[in-house]
Design a protein around this ligand. Sequence first.
Ligand code: GRF
Length: 212
Amino acid sequence: MADEIFVSPKKHGRIMVLLSGRGSNFMKIHDAVRDGEVDAEIALVFSNKEDAPGLRIARERGLETLFLNAKLYPDKEEYDREIIREAGKRGVDLICLAGYMKVLTPLFCAAFKNRIMNIHPALLPSFPGLHVQQKAIDWGVRFSGCTVHFVAAEIDMGPIILQAAVPVLRDDTEETLSARILLEEHKIYPEAVRLYFEGKIEVQDRRVLIRE
Ligand code: GRF
């Protein structure tokens, strides 16, 4: 059977950001949108944490925000269904996970196939999971970096869209390496979103080709 090919839509996009923490990647995406570098708008900033700093920043920036308490839902599927409904109401084209600390259910991943991106602070498929900057140091790798990828049901394993590498230095601590990687995250995440709505991202099976 021929590989399934997906091409991202060339359009003015509507983005929903999901975050749980400080929201620096969200801010960079929003800056790029606001400055006209990305042909899109942020339709909703969602969090599973009522007190997420990123949610407060979104409010200060005049964006619509939403917090839903997962404890009020019978299970993870029902919670994700509610988020999907909220996305649907706003005609969301792309979901950007930006430090969202909840694992999406397979139901969510399937409903938004090729329409959910995540940023991960390592060069996938090396170092999936958490505390990956410390793991890179512990393994003695000479290079680490970050990856923007599509989200599939298997954690941190969807098709890779963009990557940036940084050196791991002898004296690095988790903090110094994380800071060096974060600078690159802030470049490649808005770039990936820009390419998406320029219709330049093609997914063939698990491989992404950037159309020039
Ligand atoms: C980043 O390191 C990102 O790679 C990871 O979570 C962190 C989020 O940081 N997925 P921020 O909230 O965007 O500042």
